[in-house]
Write a protein that binds this ligand. Structure first.
Ligand code: BT5
Length: 319
């Protein structure tokens, strides 16, 4: 996508400590007054820019923005996240991504927002978000696979998310099928929704919520939720977390399309929470307890119960 003037200014400022107004004006072919006006807007957006008459402008800190230009600087993908829509406030990124899908937006379209006011979980549950604290994003993909395989994308996205968070030295694990945990508490959740047309998948929207800076959570989830900062004590730039996930997921998504889900089983099991431990599963009809053995080549969970190995396609681990 073509860069806006402000994006071009940021790209230039990142390259050098100081950039004079005159040089910037010449490079971008606009007036010095126009440069000055764009600088004021960038400062309002949260970029820390200092200036003096002699040396010009310096970008001191980029803050923690989720804007396309902030994400793009870490992005190495060919497709995912290259069409990026950023909103300050939304009810849910899933809604916009679904609209985008219907309006023929390209594969890899990403919707992100700083404040999601009505985030959705599975089965009508809600996803809590605090302004500028977390990441709420929805990714649009159009895989040419049979419909029953779409759910595997939750697991592939979970592996990509767990692997990418581990690159920040956070000891995450995956709770089948869609939770990412740290020390047993939920730090991220994945919601995969599908649009179909005449028995084919027309699009899959992968929604991901990640708790990044949160120090506290509301009643109801405060004993079960955590954030990257709370568990690691280090700082995070949300844009870098988003891009690191997309970079990883693009590789795994291609692998899934080419080799199928079977190629992920052992990797998933190395990341699994409570592997070989006693767990309880709830299905629509009943509950079952046993040792968590892992998953099979379709993504179905395997438990060893008193009666032998049992597989569940659709269920929930309760703990
Ligand atoms: C999920 O559902 O975990 C999927 C969450 C997906 C959220 C993303 S954000 C971007 C995109 N736009 C959306 O509107 N949604 C997606 P589920 O497994 O049903 O878990 C929901 C449950 O997790 C809730 O009932 C709470 O118990 C708990 N929960 C809610 N908010 C949480 C949070 N911030 N951190 C940890 N747990 C939370």
């Amino acid at each position: 996508m073509a860069h806006s003037v402000r994006e071009q200014i940021l790209i230039a400022l990142r390259k050098r400590t100081w950039y004079s107004g005159q040089e910037l004006a010449e490079t971008l072919n606009i007036s010095r007054t126009a440069i000055w006006k764009h600088m004021q807007i960038l400062k309002e957006e949260g970029y820390q820019i200092i200036s003096n008459k002699k040396q010009g402008y310096q970008l001191v800190d980029e803050g923690d923005l989720l804007t396309p230009i902030a994400i793009e600087q870490w992005l190495t993908t060919a497709c995912l996240g290259r069409h990026l829509l950023h909103f300050e406030e939304l009810d849910t990124t899933q809604r916009i991504a679904h609209e985008q899908a219907q309006q023929h937006a390209p594969e890899g379209t990403l919707v992100v927002c700083d404040h999601q006011t009505n985030g959705r979980g599975q089965l009508g549950r809600t996803w809590h978000e605090a302004k500028n604290e977390g990441i709420a994003m929805s990714l649009l993909v159009r895989p040419d696979v049979p419909m029953h395989q779409a759910g595997q994308l939750t697991l592939v996205a979970g592996i990509a998310l767990a692997q990418s968070l581990r690159t920040f030295d956070v000891p995450v694990t995956i709770k089948w099928p869609n939770d990412i945990l740290i020390n047993g508490r939920k730090v991220a959740g994945i919601l995969t929704e599908m649009q179909t047309e005449a028995d084919r998948i027309s699009s899959v929207i992968i929604g991901i919520g990640i708790n990044v800076h949160h120090e506290q959570f509301p009643e109801g989830i405060k004993d079960r939720a955590t954030s990257l900062v709370r568990e690691s004590g280090r700082t995070f730039r949300r844009a870098e977390v988003v891009a690191t996930f997309l970079n990883r997921f693009e590789r795994l998504y291609t692998q899934w399309l080419e080799l199928g889900f079977g190629s992920f089983v052992s990797e998933w099991e190395t990341l699994a929470d409570r592997l070989h431990e006693q767990v309880t599963l709830r299905t629509r009809q009943a509950t079952a307890s046993g040792t968590l053995l892992g998953i099979d080549e379709t993504g179905t969970i395997r438990i060893k119960t008193e009666t032998g190995e049992t597989r569940f396609h659709s269920a929930e681990l309760i703990y």
